[in-house]
Structure formats: C-alpha cells, structure tokens
Write a protein of this length. Sequence first.
Length: 261
Amino acid sequence: MPELPDVEMLREYIESTSLHQKIVDVNVERTRLLRVDEPTIKRALNGCSFERCNRHGKLVFLVTDCEPVLVMHFGMTGNVQYLRNEEDEPGYSRMRICFANGSRLSYTSIRKLGRIDLTDDVDVYIIKNRLGPDALAIDKERFKTIIRASAASIKSVLMDQGKIAGVGNIYSDEMLFQAVVHPMTRANELDDMTLDRLFHKMKHVLRIAIDHGADSRAFPGSWIVHRRTEGANCPKCGSKIEKLKISGRTSYYCSGCQIPT
C-alpha cells in the first residue's frame, strides 16, 4: 500500500503536470471508490483549474481556483497518469479529468480500494476522517505526547493513521530497526531518549525515501527493507531477521539488534 513517500511522489507528479489547466469534463466509473456521485464531481470541477496539490499523510488534496477540493486516496494499487490526447487510456482507469488543452489526468486502481471525494475545507476533512498529524510535519513534543498516550505496541501506534498519518507497514519496520526498538514494545514504556531517537529516525527514513523517489531498490544498503525475508542476515549485526504479525500485518525485525524490553 502506498505510504507517505509514495504519495508524496504522486503529489509531485500531479503538481508538475496538471496545474493551471481548465477542466472541461470529468468521467468516473461507477465504483465503490466514489464518496460522491459523478454528477456532483462534474458540477464541482468543470470550468475550474487545479491551483496546487497538497498532501496529508496518505491523502492528496487537489485545490481548485473554485471552492471545491478533490481528495484522492490511493488504497493498495492506486496511481495517477497524465496523458496527452494521442495516448491510450491506461488500464483500470477509474476517473478521467479532461483539460481544455486535450490532455487528461487519469486515476487508476486495480483493486478499487482507494477513495475519491470532494471537500470545501481540507482541515475539516482531516478532522472528520480522524487523521492524526502528518508524519513529516509533526513536531517532537506532539510526537512524544501521542506515543506516550498509548499502551499498544509501538509498531501499531506508528501505523495508526488516527495517531500519526502517513506511516505504514514497511516504513514503520525501517524506523524501528534504525531506532533499535522491538516492534512489540509498548509505546508508553519507551523512555525519553528512545522517543527522541525514534522521532529523528522517522523523519530521516521518510526524507531519504522521498529523496530516492520512494524506490526501495535505491535505498541505502544498510536498511532492513532489503532483508524483508525471515532468516535473512541483519545488515548491521548479522543476526537473523525474524517476522511476526502485528495489527494484521507481517513485520520484520532483527533478532540481535531489536531486543524485547
């Protein structure tokens, strides 16, 4: 599932291709992705232009020069593609935003697990959907307050979008590995020094991932992301990588570095 760095790449792509172009039509497949119907989206967007593209956690907000804001969540397999008039429509296209210059922006999704919505107020939308602060924007003190307030495993807390928005399974494994924290450690049992380290590693991992285009093949060789196989050798100490299920997700950690407390 796309996590914050992946969604940031999509945001940058939309920003570089689809701003300041008049929308002349919107075509949407009738699918459970929609939180509003097609006529409503057409009325809201036709004649408008996207002025900027913002992100909060795993959500992208396309702000128009009219009042409405288009909201995109990409689920497991969502993507966007900007196409010139002569190019073929990509497979699994669920929404096509057509521009006056003949180009279009297509939202694609194979498994239909994303979300397409409209809002008039981004801040209110974030609150109504019970999203926590963005993982890249959160400050250290608020991060610590959120972590200390939960008795759940630290892995579960990091993945909880209602607490901190944007972090998922793969990047939470990486953050915990680099911060030398066992994923099953209770969040409220982490001491202040460990919380400081985890906060900085969270920011570091997300920024490095973005700098490398969210392409895991380009991530540093010392990252556990390259060893997400049970029995693989830890890139730091050589101990075996182990796996366990947390909040329904398979998590990987080093049996030598990340000792349970």
